[in-house]
Design a protein around this ligand. Structure first.
Ligand code: UD1
Length: 362
């Protein structure tokens, strides 16, 4: 089998949706290697079902672990899988440990690496995802940046321009592709009229008591003012909320709706109807921006600079105590709508990727 996609986490499964459709359309044969980094139903299988993804040809089942353990196990597993299937190109979306390991495991045995979402940078050098994507970009044969900023980052790092293809964003492709399904998706039953959509999962926020406390009490303050908080909880955050005794602060509140992780269509529906999104997710920042919902980002920087430049993304830092104040300011002075046409391409990023790979293999 010439082509495989290697994925293992929720955001990577989502990115597969438009990619597999484009590869099908172009008549390309491929298999999926699933590392098993995410394994709960709501973090994994639900996306195969909802997005109609083909079953993986290999499931490595690595599960959770320290960075070294997880990355190491995936390198060993993908190497075997590549050799078994005679893989020529591994198409790898994103910047998780699964992505890095899939790249290292391939490049050393002559598998060409194609990185989807290349060139994104937060310039936070200690951040796991920043390390992963920097290394992955420098061992890739094909780099597919989603934005002009990402393209420029790669050139600045001295990567040969003949390997870089500014194709657009596959997640933007997804939003266009699934417009109807998103519109038709049912909102969770708890939803009231005006709600704030919250997600929070980054280690930099949830693994520090003081930071998580600031976030939780900011959310409580917003809920105390009468705005509903709708918060699907990532398993990492759930564990920490319990460890730090903060879950009960949220659980008891009439205006806070806690959910298990939601599906892709539900998440986008929630983002599209929310008053404001508060998140530390890369994908959701951009999705909210595209769907016209202002977003507060609980991180020190963003890879999606356009969202800030257009005035829709408010960066407050990890574990910030400014969330409430910034929220109030957005509600009182909502940002003005302007056209964002072309910022993330034209909805054909996945098709371009398929075309480039097809041409290379012929
Ligand atoms: C990972 C990615 C991050 C991405 C996120 C999306 C890395 C370094 N991080 O972070 O870039 O934004 O996925 O969700 O690759 N867990 C479960 N069930 C699961 C998966 C995880 O309970 O199905 C729990 C485990 O306790 C695990 C913890 O969540 O230890 C963290 O999971 P892990 O995959 O290591 O990192 P994420 O925080 O999910």
């Amino acid at each position: 089998m010439d082509i495989v996609f290697v994925v293992g986490t929720r955001p990577q499964l989502i990115k597969l949706a438009s990619l597999v459709r484009a590869f099908n359309k172009k008549g390309l044969e491929y298999g999926i290697i699933h590392t098993g980094q995410h394994y709960d139903y709501e973090m994994d299988k639900i996306f195969f079902e909802e997005l109609g993804l083909p079953e993986p040809i290999e499931y490595l089942g690595v599960g959770s672990g320290s960075h070294g353990e997880q990355t190491g196990k995936i390198i060993i597993g993908v190497e075997k899988a590549y050799l078994k299937h005679g893989v020529k190109i591994a198409v790898i979306p994103g910047d998780t440990n699964s992505a890095l390991a899939a790249g290292i495991g391939g490049v050393k045995i002559g598998v060409e690496i194609a990185h989807v979402e290349a060139g994104l940078r937060s310039f936070e050098y200690y951040m796991a995802e920043e390390i992963n994507r920097r290394v992955l970009d420098h061992i890739s044969t094909f780099l597919f940046p989603p934005t002009v900023y990402a393209y420029m980052n790669l050139l600045k790092e001295g990567i040969d321009f003949s390997r870089i293809f500014l194709v657009g964003d596959v997640m933007y492709d997804n939003i266009l592709l699934f417009k109807k399904q998103i519109e038709r998706a049912k909102l969770p039953e708890c939803i009231k009229e005006e709600y704030v959509y919250v997600t929070c999962h980054r280690a930099e926020n949830v693994d520090f008591l003081e930071r998580l406390k600031n976030i939780i009490y900011s959310l409580k303050k917003i809920a105390d003012e009468g705005y509903q908080i709708v918060y699907p909880i990532h398993p990492r955050a759930y564990r920490r909320l319990l460890d730090y005794g903060l879950y009960s602060v949220l659980e008891k509140h009439d205006n806070i709706c806690l959910l298990r992780p939601v599906s892709y269509f539900t998440s986008l529906k929630l983002a599209s109807q929310a008053l404001v999104t508060i998140t530390d997710s890369g994908g959701l920042q951009k999705e909210s921006f595209i769907l016209g919902t202002p977003v507060i980002t609980m991180r020190n920087t963003t890879e999606w600079i356009e969202t800030v430049e257009y005035g829709w993304n408010f960066i407050v830092g990890y574990g910030s105590s400014r969330i409430y104040e910034v929220f109030k300011n957005i509600v009182e002075n909502p940002p003005k709508k302007t056209s964002i046409e072309g910022v993330y391409g034209d909805g054909k990023a996945s098709i371009r990727i398929a075309d480039i790979i097809k041409k290379y293999l012929n």
